[in-house]
Structures are given as structure tokens and as C-alpha cells.
Design a protein around this ligand. Structure first.
Ligand code: SF4
Length: 64
């Protein structure tokens, strides 16, 4: 799995960080998403898929 982000679209809602905190973080200054791990381990995949699905701005792209 590889993850890409279109951070320009991020509305800083933070759901991705709540669901997959080992993979996503938010910038201190504005809350925009930060990718911590672009190729997460298998035990993170389900959480990453859920984060991508619920992201209100469709920022997270998952490449299987
Ligand atoms: S869930 Fe989407 S919009 Fe919200 S912080 Fe994460 S990437 Fe940004």
C-alpha cells in the first residue's frame, strides 16, 4: 500500500488522525494533514482505508 495526499484540499477536520494516528498527523499551525508513513505496515491498512473513506475533502488516496 502507498498513500498520497492532496493536502491543498485538506480542511483540517482531523478524522484521519483519530482513526490512524500512526500514519497521519496534523500541522501545529493550521491543522493540515501530515503524512507520517507513506507505506504503512499491513496492520495499518484497514485504518488507512477507513480514514480515506471518511475524509470529508477526499484528500487521501490509497494505492493498493
Ligand atoms: S480527514 Fe481529510 S480533511 Fe480531515 S485532516 Fe485528514 S486529510 Fe484533512
Amino acid at each position: 500500500m502507498k498513500i498520497t495526499l492532496d493536502a491543498d484540499k485538506c480542511c483540517a477536520a482531523g478524522q484521519c488522525v483519530l482513526i490512524a494516528p500512526e500514519v497521519f498527523d496534523q500541522r501545529d499551525e493550521d491543522g493540515v494533514v501530515v503524512l507520517l508513513d507513506a507505506e504503512p505496515a499491513a496492520d495499518q491498512h484497514a485504518a488507512v482505508r477507513e480514514a480515506a473513506a471518511i475524509c470529508p475533502a477526499a484528500v487521501i488516496e490509497v494505492h493498493e
